[in-house]
Design a binder for this molecule. Sequence first.
Ligand code: AHG
Ligand code: MN
Ligand code: MN
Length: 331
Amino acid sequence: MSGGITLARHIMTKSATALPVADLALIMERIELIATRITRELALAGLDGLGYTGETNVQGEKVKKLDQWGNKVFLDAFEHGYPVCSLISEEMDEPHHYSSNCRDNSYCILYDPIDGSSNTDVNGSLGTIFAVKKRAPRHGSGIDDILVPGTKQVIAGYILYGPAAQLVYSAGAGVDIFTLDRILGEFILWKENVKMPPHGSTYAVNQGNAGKWHDGARKFVAHITSRKDKRTSYSLRYCGAFAADFHRCLLEGGIFMYPAEVAEGGKPKGKLRLMYELAPLSMLAEQAGGRGSTGKERILELAATAIHERHPIYIGSAEEVALAESFNVEG
Ligand code: AHG
Ligand code: MN
Ligand code: MN
């Protein structure tokens, strides 16, 4: 633990970030509140917070009670969340606006409140993923100023709810990791300016879908598991929560992939969502020296045309992402 540097103190002493320090501090204060509330709830969810609501969300997925509750935690926190005036959530069909927070400089937060929902009822790893984009001055009720490439994100991050609750974020000046001290109720700096190893020894993918991928994706996985030498002897590590699998790549190198599924009945664009899963984690990957790709294009250059748009993803160490692209993994 580096001398107990709190998130708030670290923000105040940060080198040049993509937004004014005062705005960063106000936004991260809300994120810290949300992270602490969700951490506490997850620790007790086994008592009465699990199961399904019985509804289906805009993604066509059955909604878990924790998905809906997590979304409400964001809505409640940002009701008094100046300078954030707009919220785009995996769990809401449309953006939510707080016009009272709309002043000359305002922001939109794009988030996945509970990532890895298939793990909620089995005490598995879960995450919260978020990105922040600046809103255009005097923006109207439209969102054209938000449907811009991920290069316009000013903050990206996630909270990983594992044995430890960790907050990982970047505001354009490197990636820093904080660990929640549950007694203090503060996130304390754990690692600063984290750099992703140029390659690793693990890959993360739902191998059960292999029969639905482009042939190149199957060939890439066959290559890195052909055990001809050290660099073709990867181990599979996949837990069902993107943030958790990405965290392993951030610290130890390796690649996470969710390919498109070209077979009948498959997910033609893969499963993960650009605005609040792929773009934030691709910003973190690049800030740490890694990459985020669709298998063909740089994720951060994609401008969504719809807020729940999906894309295939190959993200992690620069060498593994480049190797995947060389196999024409997306045809
Ligand atoms: P969410 O729970 O927010 O819908 O996200 C789940 C995502 C991602 O976190 C994970 O890597 C992937 O779905 C797992 O999908 P499969 O169950 O199809 O492998
Ligand atoms: Mn998710
Ligand atoms: Mn989710």
